[in-house]
Design a protein around this ligand. Structure first.
Ligand SMILES: [Zn+2]
Length: 131
């Protein structure tokens, strides 16, 4: 069927794929954002891990559609959104602390919020700046 469609419409095979290739500009922007975050994150981790008494085993940056970050508490792996590069550094710090606090408390319960307030008293303000 596939080769029939190809023959019928004369569409080159890669155009039938679902993945849209990123433009050069997009790639350059991704690279800039990644470099900006990669320059900031190790320092923030070095600052916050001893304060919180936790240690992330790994951190990664990726393009995320709906979230600013996530934390796999079992593997202690933190994911940060590429788009944080376009936000003020205080927002990146908020997301990073949020994900590290998940290593103390996995869910967004009262304890989690109280830990956030204890360590980053203005976290709600910073969160608003991300909306
Ligand atoms: Zn969370």
């Amino acid at each position: 069927m596939y080769s029939f469609l190809r023959w019928f419409f004369g569409i080159p095979p890669r155009r039938l794929g679902t993945a849209r290739p990123r433009t050069t500009t997009q790639k350059a922007l991704d690279k800039q954002q990644r470099e900006s975050l990669t320059a900031q994150i190790p320092g923030l981790l070095a600052q916050w891990e001893p304060i919180l008494g936790v240690k992330a085993a790994q951190w990664r940056i990726r393009r995320m559609k709906t979230r600013w970050g996530s934390c796999n508490t079992r593997d202690k792996r933190i994911w940060l959104s590429l788009a944080l590069a376009d936000k003020p550094p205080r927002c990146l710090e908020y997301v990073l602390v949020h994900e590290l606090v998940h290593l103390l408390e996995p869910s967004h319960n009262a304890r989690f919020k109280s830990l956030m307030t204890q360590y980053l008293p203005d976290w709600k303000q910073r969160k608003k700046e991300l909306q």
